[in-house]
Structures are given as C-alpha cells and as structure tokens.
Design a protein around this ligand. Sequence first.
Ligand SMILES: NC(=O)c1ccc[n+]([C@@H]2O[C@H](COP(=O)([O-])OP(=O)(O)OC[C@H]3O[C@@H](n4cnc5c(N)ncnc54)[C@H](OP(=O)(O)O)[C@@H]3O)[C@@H](O)[C@H]2O)c1
Length: 286
Amino acid sequence: MNILITGANGQLGNEMRVLSAEHPKHRYFFTDVVETEGVHVLDITDKAAVSAFVAVNAIDLIVNCAAYTNVDKAEEDEPTAMKINADALTVLGSQTVKLIHVSTDYVFSGDEHLPCRETDPVAPRTAYGRTKLEGEKRLLAVCSEAVILRTAWLYSSFGNNFVKTMIRLGHEKEQLGVVFDQIGTPTYAADLANAIFTVVESPVWRSGIYHFTNEGVCSWYDFTLAIHELAGIKECRVRPILSEEYQYRTPRPHYSVLDKSKFKKTFGVEIPHWMDGLRRCMKLMG
Ligand SMILES: NC(=O)c1ccc[n+]([C@@H]2O[C@H](COP(=O)([O-])OP(=O)(O)OC[C@H]3O[C@@H](n4cnc5c(N)ncnc54)[C@H](OP(=O)(O)O)[C@@H]3O)[C@@H](O)[C@H]2O)c1
C-alpha cells in the first residue's frame, strides 16, 4: 500500500517513521507543515494540496498524526484549532482512501469513575476537546471506512512532553508538587504506532471508533515518581498536590481512563502496561 502519514514531525508521527522500517512492504509518504529530512510539506487544511498529493502518489491509506495539540493555546484560539482538528478531517476524509485518525480522551468530561467505552456519552470541557470531537464527527460524516483511535497522556522520546519536563525539573528542583487527583494512563507513542500498524495489517478492515492507551492507571504524581526512579533522580522530593493548588489555565479531566476491550477483542492483541512502555522509552532516551 502507499501510505500517507501526516504530522510526521510530531511525537506519534516520528514513532510511525521509526516503526515503518519494520513494515517494508508498504511505501510511505511522511508529511508535516514544516519540511524536515524525509518529510514533505503538506498542510492538512489545504484541500487542493491534499487532493493533489493523494492523486499524484496514488495513496491507498492516510494515517493522520497531525493535530493542534496545545490545550491551553486552543482556549485562546479555538478557530485555528478547529481548522486543524476538525475542518481538515472533512478534507482528509473526502479523499476516498482508507483513513486512520487519532483522537483523545478530552472528548469526555473526565467526571466519570469507570473506564470510558467508545459508546459512552461525550462532553468535552475544553476548546481542544470540542475541536477533536468535531473532527471525529466531520470524519464520520464523509468517510464510513474511517478508523478513529482515541488515546491519552501521550509521550515519546521525540518532542516535548511530560516525561521530559519531569526529568528536567527533577534535576533542577529540590521539591516538586505534582497533582495526584487526575487519573489516567500514560501512553508510549511507540505503542500507539504499533497499534496503528495492527489496524493497517489486519486481514479485514474494521472501521469504527476504538480506545487505545497502555494498560494500567496512575496519577500524574505516581507517573512522576516512576519517571524519577527510572532516571535515577534522588535529590528532588516529589509532593502530591491537588489540582486546585496548581494554577491550570484550562480545566483538566479528573478521571480519563479509557476502556480498551473493543480494540483488544477486535484485533486479538495484548497491550503493554504503562510502566513497561515508560521503561522502554527511557532506555532509548539514555
Ligand atoms: N499529546 C498527547 O498527550 C495526546 C493525548 C491524546 C490524544 N492525542 C492525539 O494524538 C495525536 C498525535 O499527538 P502528538 O502528541 O504526536 O502531536 P504533536 O507532537 O503535537 O504532533 C502533531 C504534528 O502535527 C503538525 N501539524 C499541525 N498543524 C498541521 C497542519 N495543518 N498540517 C499538517 N501538520 C500539522 C504539528 O506541527 P507543529 O508542531 O509545527 O504545529 C506537529 O508536527 C493527535 O491527534 C493528538 O490530538 C495526543
């Protein structure tokens, strides 16, 4: 297959680039808004450019890793976030090729106390969540063949993320307050990339919405303790704090654990625990 991967400079996009080497039977076209080595320029909001790219390169499948992911900035500029996270999904979904799209736990309110299923009611509390939910809707309206993978708490050895921030702060500070009343599942973007290849290689194309994160649950506080332990950081005392003690610019979900039963059952796979993913990622980071 000829596979177009958008957002190839991001965390997930980079992991897709790494993993594509293990799936050499396909031909890959890596794109993003900024040109880098091996990555062509393609703005997913540019309908003419996307249509031309798909036609010229005889694309069979699009994996959309591109997104407007800055949750705080989306509050200040929802129209731009809407353009990239929603309007572009009409563009990508209208290309009459198969499509795998990545969405988020932020489509839910975060008020639940049980892992969210794909069929649970959505109620985004943030501009980012609203734009991602709208993207799902726009995509499903034009493309019945789409696969949507909702994920959460993504990190990678590529790009900036919570793991890297906590390692840096752990070296800089003697004390660190980290929230313990937000519960979720850290997800190694390499494991999500692997899940995407599971969908790609499935003998039968199974469209629909799926939840995919690593296994297990923790708070950001527990996650930080694990990161510091693996990084050998001993001099920084990590303190559990409440969300209200941290000046969040945007509300954060208190409980955003996703139920992955549908993905595991449909594709017959097991998913690594988040600690396992973290160990592999940090080993790579050195
Ligand atoms: N990060 C998380 O914790 C998290 C959690 C749940 C779900 N997700 C979802 O998972 C997916 C992957 O996230 P990620 O963390 O890998 O994101 P990321 O690192 O922010 O990467 C997104 C990439 O898309 C690019 N991009 C932005 N606008 C574009 C456009 N118009 N055309 C083409 N490319 C564009 C970005 O470029 P610039 O950086 O130059 O804008 C960036 O390189 C996204 O759909 C995200 O919503 C992420």
